[in-house]
Design a protein around this ligand. Structure first.
Ligand SMILES: NC(=O)C1=CN([C@@H]2O[C@H](COP(=O)(O)OP(=O)(O)OC[C@H]3O[C@@H](n4cnc5c(N)ncnc54)[C@H](O)[C@@H]3O)[C@@H](O)[C@H]2O)C=CC1
Ligand SMILES: O=C([O-])CC(=O)C(=O)O
Length: 270
């Protein structure tokens, strides 16, 4: 069985660990790391099958010889640890995908991956259509737009929502319109999908974010145009049970990606 290590013992890290513990992802969870070690201890205490090492550093985590490291922490964590992991030839699943829109970070990670043959994996998250966008990118995507509509509570705490009275909103309000690379800085926990779309399409989407008190789902609308296809996809996601910021589908897409990477799924949609 593949050996998996997780950086970040918050909402998503916990869901991943549980999925391994329950056998939904057939792998061994060998190490956890978080800048707040108490979170790893809490997570590990709820596991039944195997107690992973609670690492005190990235070095200690890598000492457990993982085949795959999952970053479920922050864009900063991708910048801090990504290169070291890939340089060891270990595959990296990046959830804080926004970090990869910074060209310096992306090129550094690409260089490390190319040097060792390790791969960087990105989940499709809360959207659909990355497969078609990747294909369209071969002839060039001429236009790409992401319109995200979330209930105000899903946007609370984002730097880009500072100064907006989210609780007092009575009707939909556009709170951001601009390039994806800026959107992922202002809404780091809300539009990783904008980065995933950018990586698939080979160009940044124009991103619009609407805080909408009239909806109870996270709604993402993608429009793309190329000379071969016009794509229009709307995904209406229920929030995940423990975290309204993250769509349930995003969580499932991460678990599904891990199932594919650990070999327990034999049909992989490209
Ligand atoms: N790709 C996707 O579809 C999605 C990605 N995400 C992203 O995944 C990441 C994790 O999300 P959540 O679990 O909801 O966040 P969370 O805030 O619940 O947990 C993050 C954990 O990582 C730890 N952490 C942060 N920076 C660290 C560092 N430099 N080194 C070690 N540990 C560090 C924190 O202490 C915290 O325990 C976020 O960046 C979020 O934006 C979230 C939803 C969907
Ligand atoms: O889960 C969602 O609706 C999208 C999200 O938070 C992200 O991509 O960061």
């Amino acid at each position: 069985m593949k050996r998996v290590a997780v950086i970040g013992c918050g909402n998503i890290g916990t869901e991943i660990a549980r999925a391994v513990d329950k056998g939904v992802v057939r792998a061994r969870l060998v190490a956890l790391y978080d800048i707040e070690p108490g979170r790893c201890r809490r997570l590990a205490s709820g596991l039944e099958r195997e107690r992973p090492l609670i690492a005190e550093s990235l070095g200690q985590l890598l000492g457990q010889r993982p085949d795959l490291v999952v970053e479920a922490a922050s864009q900063e964590a991708v910048r801090q640890y990504g290169e070291q992991i890939l340089k060891r030839g270990i595959d990296l699943v990046v959830l804080s995908v926004g970090a990869l829109l910074d060209s310096e970070t992306r090129e550094r990670l690409r260089g490390a991956a190319e040097a060792t043959g390790a791969r960087i994996h990105v989940p499709s998250g809360a959207v659909a259509g990355l497969d078609a966008l990747k294909s369209m990118s071969l002839v060039g995507v001429d236009r790409l737009v992401l319109r995200t509509r979330k209930p105000p509570r899903a946007l609370a705490g984002a730097p880009g929502a500072r100064g907006v009275d989210l609780e007092g909103l009575r009707e939909p309000r556009l709170i951001y319109r601009g390039p994806a690379s800026e959107a992922v800085k202002l809404f780091p926990a809300n539009v990783n999908i904008a980065a995933a779309l950018a990586l698939a399409a080979g160009r940044e989407p124009l991103v619009e974010i609407v805080a909408d008190p009239t909806v109870d789902r996270n709604i993402h609308e993608v429009e793309a145009e190329s000379k071969v296809s016009r794509l229009h996809i709307v995904v209406e996601n229920v929030p995940s049970p423990r975290n309204p910021r993250t769509s349930y589908l995003a969580l499932l897409s991460i678990i599904d990606l891990l199932r594919s990477l650990t070999g327990s799924v034999y049909i992989i949609a490209g």
